[in-house]
Design a protein around this ligand. Sequence first.
Ligand code: KG4
Ligand code: ZN
Length: 344
Amino acid sequence: MFVLGIESSCDETAAAVVRDGKLLSCVIASQIKDHSAYGGVVPELASRKHIEAIVPVIEQALREAGAAFRDLEGIAVTRGPGLIGSLLVGLSAAKALAYALGIPFVGVNHLEAHIMASSLGEKKPNFPFAALVVSGGHTNVYSVKNYHQFALLGQTRDDAAGEALDKAAKLLDLGYPGGVVIDRMSRDGSPECFSFPRAMKDSPDFSFSGLKTSLLVMMKKRASSFTEAELPNVVASYQEAIVDVLVEKTLRAARENNLDQIVVCGGVAANSRLRTKFSEAAIREGVELFFPPMILCTDNAAMVAALGEIMLENGRSDSLDLNAVSRWPLVSLSSAKTGGAEKT
Ligand code: KG4
Ligand code: ZN
């Protein structure tokens, strides 16, 4: 099927075209420079930027795929979770196109799309597998039994891992998005130089808010004696505390649930230290590891189109009164629920 995917849940306006499981184009208009002055995403600004970018991004995705609107057989769009104003821009565009072209459209779950990004890599996992979705808004471990069939094995009780990186970078005045800056700077630092807490060691759940506080306390204590030259050691040690728990708890969840394949996806899956430590641990434990291609770790529409194509081929489509949802926990079968327990 010729499917256009649209993603606008946070600060990336993205469109992509897939055909029969093959990616033909993937266009991402990032709003990083619009939000960097604020050290984080400003929801109202994000919605406005999506409105400006959505049509040119869709047109570019079609052009790069060598396709015209009339070639499209279906449209997939992120319905949630995410910022409601941002989601509505992509959803409205998808509905308008589907109506005008007389083709079906389907609203997909952003977290499920992140997991399905692994199906666009050279090596694809087979069901069942474990999945760590780790981004700016989520840190969840799932057992993925099949399409739309998930069991939540662990989740963050407070901040997401990406959020912990972004907040640390803001605290240290390093720039935005913090995960990328900390990843780069950590390469020149020692991960053992400072000791940061690894919270809730025996729980399947994660907690990162205490980590951020311990950084704040450390910086306050050392304010007068702290030198710029120490920064790489500080961020490398901070990053290591996050990476350690992500690797350890995901592997434990896989082991306890007899899953020997692990998908690691979401923006933080682009982190070089996480990729290295996961790869080393996977070899030790004899599990197979799947990372989506680098460009498909952070938000994109290829993952939305890939999942949407499968859903449309299985006869799933939505009506034009479909609404966006800011919270949409990934529990078995993706029926939309608002106000679920899972953090978005
Ligand atoms: O998946 P994503 O684009 O958006 C959400 O759904 O949240 O993830 C964005 C998050 C941000 O917190 C960003 O700092 C983090 O992913 N991130 C990284 C890296 N690239 C992006 N964190 C660590 N290392 C990276 N290389
Ligand atoms: Zn995401």
